[in-house]
Design a protein around this ligand. Structure first.
Ligand SMILES: [Zn+2]
Ligand SMILES: [Zn+2]
Length: 137
């Protein structure tokens, strides 16, 4: 199969994945809210030997949450702050932020996890109007 590619916002960190995703989840845990700056993370899981960095591995910074979800790791580009793939806590797979992908992973989100922690203002995007571009307050 053609590799699935991804990169950070500034383009310094780039990677390639050579396998199909195992799972695609929205994570509503407090740690993902804080680190993503929004309602939930949207992450894919890929087999542990399927991912390789093609660029910028030396720019990756790892932060370990000690407060909201102790031990929860976050990997991001030191230059632009974008989340980039990280090893799962059990080291058995890669957790890949869906927005970092530059090609279609061929899977759609399957479940919400940590729903118990979801933000009180959450509204599924399907339930609010869609505008082609920006709108102002
Ligand atoms: Zn970057
Ligand atoms: Zn989470």
């Amino acid at each position: 199969m053609k590799p699935i590619t991804g990169s950070c916002l500034c383009g310094s960190v780039a990677f390639e994945i050579s396998a199909a995703p195992l799972m695609f989840l929205y994570c509503h845990c407090r740690s993902c809210q804080k680190s993503s700056g929004t309602a939930h993370a949207a992450n894919l899981a890929f087999p542990k030997d399927s991912m390789k960095w093609t660029q910028g591995e030396d720019l990756i910074q790892v932060f370990i949450d000690s407060k909201d979800n102790p031990g929860h790791p976050r990997s991001f580009c030191r230059n632009c702050g974008s989340p980039v793939p990280k090893r799962s806590r059990n080291q058995q797979f890669w957790v890949v932020p869906s927005g970092s992908l530059d090609s279609d992973p061929g899977m759609k989100p399957q479940a919400n996890i940590y729903w118990a922690e979801h933000v009180p203002w959450y509204v599924p995007s399907d339930e609010i109007p869609k505008n082609e571009g920006a709108i102002t307050p």
